[in-house]
Design a protein around this ligand. Structure first.
Ligand SMILES: [Ca+2]
Ligand SMILES: [Ca+2]
Ligand SMILES: [Ca+2]
Length: 625
């Protein structure tokens, strides 16, 4: 029996007091706490989030991408309402300099340390996290080999020949800024009110600074041919941009959240949201971590909520996979969120770059990492901060791989418009993956993901209705968690066996199961349940191996088994005769974990049919005393 359970989520929460469901003390994240411990008398910049009945990503999913304006309206009004008592509390203490973050139902502010405990005790405060700083990635190198090979490699010119060049599609570049007057970007700027967003200085006109990172990234997505060769994927697309970093190259999470808010509603108008956003940045210094929870010493879980909400509103999210390779499990956030489309970097000869971050993803449920590879070494890119300065640099890094995919998405959407098709974000995602050219180990792997980007092949899948049959795919039935349940109490020396009844899939798809165990009901920061101690309760039955190559991942029990049940028969008490009707507890799968320290634990099982169909069990809990 080959069971692959590779855990990469770092276990920290066991050391924390677990927040019980109903107790309303807010969480101060470990990272914030350590800052406070180091500088106990200094004011600190934080993000405060507020309790809510419906988390923003859930709200966005409920309303769906066709109701983007309503999503924005409801997020704003829900957040405004929940912020009210906090505003009051703060103004009584003369703290009025706050920035609302409706996308995550919170606000950003700088607070004196003595106020933190008081804030944390407010019943409507959900969490107080450090407003973390992030550095602009610097990916430039001095390589001077020739350039536009990279665009050719993706098959983009084949779409241009058919007049599909991204026209009518808006790309948002979230980066260091952008020089819209560079001759290769001139004419792309959409230029409506609110198309430029600079949360730091409220500058009114777009510009770039320093290494011209954003200008380079934008030029790979949609640059032109001023120098005699086309340097961008979708030269007909429109550009809008947000400046995520100050001119010194630092940025803070709260401003990134504000920029993501802007994505949903540029200039206050959700109708003008871009079709695709490019994130050539990430928490590089926390490679191998899934920054979506309170754990891992990080507070960046708000970023996950923001990205989830944008994706649910129908916006395609592309993220650079990071430059932390070649070691395994070097994924970074936000690229390693399942909602992000992550892109690794290749050489001109299609070899994966050594620096390109490798899977498996640190985030549970992120099926592949990276999703795709695209050229990322010796890329010719525009390079100037303002004005029509015709400068170029040859640059390297996954920062420049990502915009190949961003431009490809614009190309596919513009082609689809012309063809009278309207693929949604999931279909674009599938088209890119299933048309990729396989390199490295056969099938999906941890270096190339599905393979090398080929946008002409991707269009072929969309145009000829060759996408994996997602429309016709039925998600699996939910797995049914069986034991343990809320009234089960274990001791700290017990190993604990979780059992569940497998899901069924109408289409006969093989199913993968992900077991998630955490010490909080939100299942944030799942425990590392390790590679040992797995017990499958199957007797005398053979496994059918996985039929697809897939990077083994995280808390995944990647099993494909014939449907089978183990009947635990408890015979009724005494009496004559042997006709006791069996009391049955049926389960197909089990997973042994522990021992665990005292606390209440929550767990669920996710079934995935590998074709976009996912179903989740109910969440059960148990206690360890
Ligand atoms: Ca992904
Ligand atoms: Ca491969
Ligand atoms: Ca299915």
């Amino acid at each position: 029996m080959q069971l692959k359970i590779i855990s990469s989520v770092i276990l920290c929460l066991l050391l924390m007091v677990s927040p019980p469901v109903t107790v309303a003390a807010a969480v101060i994240t470990p990272k914030l706490q350590s800052v406070l411990d180091q500088n106990p008398s200094e004011s600190v910049s934080v993000i405060v989030t507020l309790t809510t009945d419906e988390n923003p990503a859930m709200l966005a999913r409920r309303l769906g991408p066709r109701q983007r304006s309503l999503i924005v309206k409801e997020l704003k009004s829900a957040s405004e309402k929940s912020r009210k008592p906090l505003h009051q509390f703060l103004s009584q203490r003369n703290l009025t300099s706050v920035r609302p973050l409706w996308l995550i139902n919170g606000m950003a502010l700088t607070v004196p340390p003595e106020l933190l405990a008081e804030l944390a005790s407010l019943s409507y405060v959900e969490a107080i996290t450090l407003d973390e700083e992030i550095q602009l990635p610097s990916n430039f190198d001095a390589d001077t080999s020739s350039a536009e090979w990279n665009i050719e490699q993706t098959g983009a010119p084949l779409l241009w020949q058919r007049n599909y060049d991204g026209r009518g599609i808006t790309i948002a570049i979230l980066d260091s800024g952008v020089n819209i007057d560079h001759p290769d970007l001139a004419g792309r700027w959409r230029g409506e009110q609110g198309d430029w967003f600079d949360p730091y200085t409220d500058s009114t006109a777009p510009y770039d600074f320093g290494g011209y990172h954003g200008t380079g990234v934008a030029s790979v997505a949609l640059g032109g041919n001023h120098s005699g060769s086309t340097i961008g994927m979708a030269p007909g697309a429109s550009l809008i941009a947000a400046k995520l970093f100050r001119d010194d190259g630092t940025g803070n999470l709260s401003y990134i959240i504000e920029a993501l808010q802007w994505v949903l509603s540029p200039g206050g108008n959700p109708e003008r949201a871009p079709a695709v956003i490019n994130n050539s940045w990430g928490f590089d210094d926390e490679a191998g971590h899934c920054l979506s929870t309170f754990g891992s010493g990080s507070s960046t879980y708000h970023l996950r909520t923001a990205i989830q909400t944008i994706k649910a509103a129908g916006i395609f999210v592309v993220s650079a996979a990071g430059n932390n390779g070649p070691d395994a499990a070097t994924s970074i956030s936000p690229a390693n969120y399942p909602e992000s489309f992550s892109v690794g970097a290749t050489w001109p000869d299609n070899m994966i770059a050594g620096f390109s971050s490798r899977g498996p993803s640190a985030c549970p449920e992120d099926f592949t990492y990276p999703d795709l590879a695209a050229p990322g070494i010796a890329i010719k890119a525009a390079s100037s901060s303002s004005g029509n300065d015709i400068s170029y640099q040859n640059v390297s890094g996954t920062s420049f791989s990502a915009p190949h995919v961003t431009g490809a998405v614009a190309l596919l959407l513009s082609a689809a418009n012309d063809l009278g098709l309207s693929p949604d974000v999931t279909e674009i995602d599938l088209a890119l993956k299933y048309s990729a050219i396989d390199f490295g180990p056969p099938g999906v792997d941890d270096a190339y993901g599905f393979g090398l980007l080929n946008v002409a092949n991707a269009l072929n899948l969309i145009e000829n209705n060759l996408l994996p049959d997602i429309a016709g795919n039925t998600p699996p039935s939910p797995p049914r968690t069986i034991t343990p349940t809320a009234d089960t109490i274990f001791s700290t020396s017990d190993t604990i066996t979780l059992t569940w009844e497998g899901a069924t899939d109408q289409d006969g798809d093989e199913l993968f199961y992900v077991v998630i165990v955490a010490d909080n009901p939100y299942l944030n920061n799942p425990l590392d349940i390790g590679t040992s101690g797995f017990v499958a309760a199957f007797f005398g039955l053979s496994f059918v191996g996985m039929t697809r190559s897939r990077p083994s991942g995280k808390l995944v029990i990647a099993l494909f088994v014939p449907f089978l049940l183990v009947w635990v028969i408890s015979c009724g008490g005494g009496g004559s005769g042997n006709n006791d009707s069996p009391q049955t507890t049926a389960y197909d799968f089990s997973q042994t974990i522990g021992p665990l320290s005292t606390g209440t634990y929550y767990w669920k099982v996710v079934a995935n049919d590998g074709r976009g169909g996912v179903s989740e069990s109910a969440v059960l809990s148990f206690k360890v005393q």
